[in-house]
Design a protein around this ligand. Structure first.
Ligand code: GTP
Ligand code: MG
Length: 374
């Protein structure tokens, strides 16, 4: 699959995913030159009155404008590719918004022929900010999730969407490059399912490239994870304990896929113990079992597809965003309203005192104002 990286984070991740051929897109060549690895560069020039922008300064409208300059080119390459982009900046957010809008429009125009064909669907790997440590990026991400992504999910125009989160990066204080490597390595575990089916001895069923392409062409969020599977223990508990912390937590699946790899000579029928879990969820998984001679213990890769309103998915973002806004408001209130509040208290106090002493409150207030005590 073609790999395309948009903006800062998108470019770095794409270049790691495909160091030779990844197509890197940004609003300036200077930004693109900072990325090590990758193939072709696509510059989406935006001019301001003071010259060419280096970035979109976290303004998605600038990225969206820039998209218009490369729209034709992007329409040619977007089908059947994986797009990496962050959601919190201006360039990735704005350009990817343009891409999503065009994909939806194309899907609409092909409606009579069942929409975009399976092998021309686009998979999206989106990076969400840590909502606590990167609250300055949260608002852009909320807009992105509640507009272009929500529309694409509603219309079913994209392939799988993987929602990577920077939360673990901040929680565990992981360097950017190391974290990007973790994201790419993790994604590659999932993406290697068809190759493993080709390269290893098949013990049960088969997930071939066509099955896999059909699966990743479905317009749902994909949560994938992997772990050493212990068949003497409950599968559901192991799945719950091993969710992929690089992604948003999984939701109730509507479709699922798993690949079980067992060491040579092991009884592979342990896969039967996994099936009841999905049966209970009313999901019939695509699966296969292969023999991997390099393993000591069974290893399972599980993908769950879910469809949920994108905005609900980032509920915590909204909550924190509201808290940050409230905190900002009360901070400025503290700074600007205190004096006014004292004034009001003084007024009430003067009224109360006048009444007590049998004086005319209005006259007292006027007098106080004259001597600037109010
Ligand atoms: N995981 C990861 N996140 C990154 C990386 N670079 C930036 N981010 C995150 O992405 C968001 C910012 O988006 P960028 O991709 O830098 O922005 P951009 O698309 O280039 O847009 P502008 O810089 O505003 O033009 C923030 O949440 C950053 O923490 C990276 O290399 N890896
Ligand atoms: Mg940037």
């Amino acid at each position: 699959m073609k790999v395309i990286g948009i903006g800062g984070a998108g470019g770095k991740l794409a270049a790691k995913m495909d160091a030779e051929h990844a197509i890197l897109v940004n609003v300036s060549e200077t930004e693109l030159d900072k990325v090590s690895g990758g193939g072709e560069h696509i510059v989406a020039p935006v001019q301001s009155t003071s010259g060419q922008f280096r970035g979109s300064r976290k303004d998605p409208l600038i990225g969206h404008d820039a998209y218009n300059t490369i729209r034709r080119r992007m329409q040619d390459i977007i089908g059947g590719s994986i797009v990496f982009s962050s959601t919190g900046g201006g360039t990735g957010n704005g350009i990817t918004t343009g891409i999503l809008e065009d994909i939806i429009a194309r899907d609409d125009s092909l409606e009579s022929s069942n929409g975009i064909p399976i092998n021309e669907k686009t998979m999206f790997c989106l990076v969400l900010p840590d909502y606590e440590q990167e609250s300055n990026y949260v608002e852009n991400s909320i807009d992105f999730m509640s507009n272009p992504v929500a529309n694409a999910i509603d219309k079913g125009s994209t392939g799988n969407i993987m929602l990577f989160s920077n939360k673990l990066k901040f929680d565990d204080q992981i360097g950017e490059d190391a974290y990007n490597q973790m994201i790419v390595d993790s994604l590659n575990v999932f993406m290697s399912i068809p190759e493993k089916n080709t390269n290893f001895k098949l013990l049960e069923l088969h997930i071939d490239h066509e099955d896999f392409t059909a699966y990743i062409s479905k317009p749902y969020f994909n949560h994938f994870c992997y772990f050493d599977y212990d068949s003497s223990k409950d599968f559901g508990a192991q799945l719950a304990a091993n969710w992929n912390k690089l992604l948003l937590p999984p939701e109730e699946p509507i479709e699922a896929m798993f690949l079980l790899e067992v060491p040579s000579g092991m009884d592979h029928t342990i896969f039967y113990k996994i099936l009841p879990y999905f049966e209970k969820k009313k999901v019939t998984p695509f699966y296969s079992v292969v023999e991997n001679p390099s393993l000591q213990r069974p290893f399972i890769t599980v993908s769950q597809l879910y469809s949920r309103k994108p905005l609900e998915l980032i509920d915590e973002f909204n909550k924190v965003n509201q808290e940050v806004k409230d905190a900002k408001v009360s901070k400025s209130l503290d700074q600007h309203v205190v004096l006014q509040k004292l004034d009001v208290d003084m007024k009430n106090e003067a009224k109360r005192a006048s009444k007590e002493k049998g004086l005319n409150a209005e006259e007292v207030l006027t007098a106080l104002k004259r001597i600037k005590k109010l």
